[in-house]
Design a protein around this ligand. Structure first.
Ligand SMILES: Nc1ncnc2c1ncn2[C@@H]1O[C@H](COP(=O)(O)OP(=O)(O)OP(=O)(O)O)[C@@H](O)[C@H]1O
Length: 481
């Protein structure tokens, strides 16, 4: 048996039944982001955006799902979950960026026994989280402190604001609440949030650091065990709440609760810090009230690190690795090579250094530029192949519709220019990690709401007009080449 897209009517029926069985909120929390990929030889392949969700569904709902699938597809024998792109579903390459780096990590233990990367550790813990202790937060990684965060032009504002929050006394107004940090993947949001949490805890403040998914899980679990009031009281009794990966907060009731918590903390002069992969205005699954409350604080974007910052992050990582491998020798030329070639994020820089160290430890080969070229080849190839630039999108769209770039960026509102411009904005949003304000700037300094309007317009047209969808797909293929 092999089912591709044709199984979707059955999948819709299964989801409908789950929604009826579990209720709207629980369904939205766990199943709204599950996609049916295929059914092959009796194996039902479902994809989910995060490992946390994968573990959760595997542990709690696998049997129920299998039973439901067996009613729809006679030969269904097992359910397989895979993690798909979590952060930017329609970005080519997002699957790589969104997945935690799978290589060894820098750790005192021998490479062969290296621990799983941080995010996996974080998520594994969720499954065992206690529900009786209202202030039980997500685990903090000991490596994420202000001391290990390297400052550069791209993050200095975020760092200053984070320090200000961390150093404030309980009840002291820092002038911006909530503080909302946003950035593409791997640029240091989690690192900064955890640094704030750690520093504030050290001062004796009551701090709660939670990923949005953890918040969701805790709330749903509290509802089920009838301890929601204790959970809410616990939340409202803290001095500093930090919520990470805000883009994953799902479910109407969960969002309502989050909004109440936000309001009550802010109104009570308690500090809230939130991080997400895009600004609140772009978190379209979020309730309007939550978006506007988040948008009413201080919003700071962390940008991709420049060469100088990348160099210093790499040097810092190597210095940390030397604490475990004292004889580790890495020349400036290798540091330059990594910093010049791994350009996307702190996570990729970490991954690159980890690879070099692992390669060195496993083969005994000294870390030279030649060795780095070999060890990092596939990492660099994947990244390079998948990076799409706004200029390329504009060039290809202009060529396709026979408009000049000057027209595309101009304020002209004739139909022949407006539609290509909207398509180019839509492609920039879906194929690059750029934020709406940044795209607006790159399209003749337009406001982010204009970009949002364009994205929605093109999305609607794609849904209703098959020929138009093919046209846009054709453009995507040209851009991907
Ligand atoms: N300025 C920096 N100084 C030191 N390390 C950094 C810096 N920026 C990023 N990193 C490192 O890069 C890695 C990824 O950072 P982090 O997990 O904080 O990213 P993120 O923005 O939260 O990404 P995601 O959106 O995927 O959650 C971490 O190991 C972090 O320590």
């Amino acid at each position: 048996m092999s089912v591709g897209l044709s199984g979707h009517a059955e999948w819709d029926r299964i989801k409908k039944r789950l929604r009826a069985e579990l209720g709207e909120d629980v369904f939205n929390s766990w199943f709204a982001r599950v996609d049916l990929e295929s059914i092959t030889d009796g194996a039902v392949h479902l994809s989910v955006p995060t490992r946390f969700l994968k573990n959760w569904l595997q542990n709690r709902y696998r049997d129920r799902l299998l039973a439901l699938f067996q009613e729809e597809f006679e030969g269904a024998r097992q359910i397989e979950f895979t993690v798909r792109s979590a952060i930017r579903p329609r970005t080519p390459g997002a699957a790589v960026g969104a997945e935690p780096y799978d290589g060894p990590t820098l750790d005192p233990r021998p490479v062969a026994q290296a621990p799983q990367p941080l995010k996996v550790q974080r998520e594994a813990v969720f499954a065992e989280v206690r529900t009786d202790d209202a202030l039980y937060g997500s685990p903090l990684d000991p490596r994420y402190s202000f001391d290990t965060f390297v400052e550069g032009r791209s993050n200095s504002l975020a760092l200053a604001a984070a320090r200000r929050v961390a150093e404030a006394r309980p009840g002291e107004a820092v002038g911006f609440n909530p503080l909302y940090l946003h950035a593409a993947v791997g640029l240091g949001k989690t690192h900064l949030l955890q640094a704030v949490a750690r520093a504030a805890k050290e001062q004796g403040r009551r701090v709660l650091y939670l990923t949005a998914e953890h918040f969701m899980y805790r709330f749903v679990a509290a509802l089920k065990s009838q301890s929601a009031i204790a959970f809410k009281d616990g939340l409202r009794g803290i001095d500093l709440l930090l919520i990470d990966d805000m883009q994953f907060l799902q479910g109407k009731q969960v969002q309502q609760e989050f909004c109440h918590t936000l309001n009550s903390l802010i109104d009570g002069a308690r500090q809230v810090v939130v991080a997400g992969d895009r600004p609140p205005v772009e978190l379209e699954t979020l309730d309007e009230r939550v978006r506007s409350r988040l948008g009413g604080g201080l919003l700071i974007e962390l940008h991709a690190p420049d060469l100088d910052l990348r160099r210093r992050i790499v040097s810092g990582r190597i210095a940390a690795a030397r604490r475990s491998y004292a004889a580790l020798a890495v020349s400036d030329a290798v540091i330059d090579y990594v910093a010049e070639n791994v350009t996307s994020s702190g996570r990729d820089l970490d991954g690159a250094v980890n690879r070099l160290v692992a390669h060195n430890q496993l083969t005994g080969e000294p870390i030279s530029v030649e060795m780095a070229e070999t060890a990092l080849r596939d990492l660099l190839r994947v990244r390079e192949a998948k990076r799409v630039k706004i200029e390329d999108i504009q060039r290809i769209v202009c060529k396709q519709y026979n408009v000049s770039k000057a027209d595309l960026l101009s304020s002209r509102r004739t139909r022949t220019v407006v539609r290509p411009r909207q398509i180019a904005m839509y492609l920039s949003k879906t194929l690059t990690p750029r934020s709406l304000p940044e795209i607006g700037r790159r399209f003749g300094n337009r406001d982010h709401t204009t970009v949002l309007h364009a994205v929605r317009k093109i999305e609607d047209m794609i849904k209703t007009d098959r020929a138009f969808q093919d046209e846009v797909d054709g453009l995507k293929r040209q851009i991907d080449l």
